[in-house]
Design a protein around this ligand. Sequence first.
Ligand SMILES: Cc1cc2nc3c(=O)[nH]c(=O)nc-3n(C[C@H](O)[C@H](O)[C@H](O)COP(=O)(O)OP(=O)(O)OC[C@H]3O[C@@H](n4cnc5c(N)ncnc54)[C@H](O)[C@@H]3O)c2cc1C
Length: 400
Amino acid sequence: MSEYDLAIIGGGLGGASLGLAMARAGAKVVIIEREPEFRDRVRGEGVFPWGCVEAKALGIYDAVLAACGHEVRYWTVYPDPQTGVTRDFRVSTPSGLGMLNFHHERMQQAVAALAEAAGARFLRPAEAIGIRTGAAPEVMIRTARGEERLTARLVVGADGRALRVRGFAGFTAQREPDCLVVASTLYENVGLPDDSVHAAANMGLGQAILVYPLGGGTFRTYLIHRSNAQAHKFSGRRDAASFMAACRDTGGPAGWLDDARQAGLLASFEAASSWVDHPARDGVVLIGDAAGASDPAYGCGLSLTLRDARVLRDHLCAEPDWRRAAELYAAEHDRYFQAMKRITDWRTEMNYATGPAADARRARARPLLREDPTRAPDLHGLGPEAPSDAAAYRRYVGEA
Ligand SMILES: Cc1cc2nc3c(=O)[nH]c(=O)nc-3n(C[C@H](O)[C@H](O)[C@H](O)COP(=O)(O)OP(=O)(O)OC[C@H]3O[C@@H](n4cnc5c(N)ncnc54)[C@H](O)[C@@H]3O)c2cc1C
């Protein structure tokens, strides 16, 4: 007889929201988190409308909103400094929801507190250092008291980009070659409205910015640029001024950074997707970035992580045989993760590919997309449910 129903490795959004939902469903849950407290690691801070549907289904939306959330209704793109083209999510998404933004570490703290309040045991600081897979899986952990073993009906790897559980449990991972880099920091005193995400691209420079209001006058700013041996990776205090200059050069409305002050870490990450096909095997199942880290240049990771937690919760609650529940989840994960990846790969090809064929594609497709933005699969409103078949591709690239 196992000590726990679920042993979840990683107490970030994926692990804590699954732990919360399963504890509420009556399961005995332990969440193992290595960090003594959450801190800014430069991560995702906006959930798209389709991810907000998942947050509501998991029962965390209202609590995160109350603790640290900032609802954002609009998405504004700036083809030039004088013109902003705005999408109103509330009237253009099936759910009628906008985005939910937050400081990542405050959101983590809020969801962890909910999980604990629902009865999940939150073990921290505690690091998972190994797993024994099989019919009665075990997790080896290290805490201040030394090393110990926990047994569970099912072990969940929710350890994010650390990716240790993939190795412990013998999953084979796929990783795309590096293509884009995401650099990011926080700004205060930005001259932009805080009810919209603001996006601009400078294809001459091959870079784009995304500015996410987090509430309280703070804006998470991402700069996305091509990855190559010459590309500078913005990081730390020494790059504060050059990062701001690069953001300015990328575009957005005139003067948006004139009075801005940096209010957080500056760091850069390679953005390539990395995933596991069929993330369930031998008593272990992966969720969130551990199952599939989608290219952060497109900001789908939080929404996908919530989808994983909700889908796994649904199968575990509906299917008494948890091995089978894990298999059903893994099959569903492959479908929606790959659908999302097709769409983000198309965007990378459209926006960042170089050479005559890429230039011709852009020259053909861009005017059509400006005239009719629904030619682009709706990453924000529909996510993986947006059509991503051959016909959708032809429509996106202006061949149909
Ligand atoms: C630069 C960047 C920008 C991003 N921007 C966006 C965005 O705009 N929108 C968006 O939706 N997504 C974005 N993402 C992705 C998003 O942040 C992730 O998809 C999401 O945080 C994944 O959640 P998770 O719970 O799977 O992993 P994490 O949040 O990484 O949580 C994993 C947890 O596991 C713990 N852990 C790791 N190893 C162990 C161990 N051995 N034992 C115990 N605990 C362990 C860690 O301490 C951590 O708390 C971005 C990512 C990056 C890198």
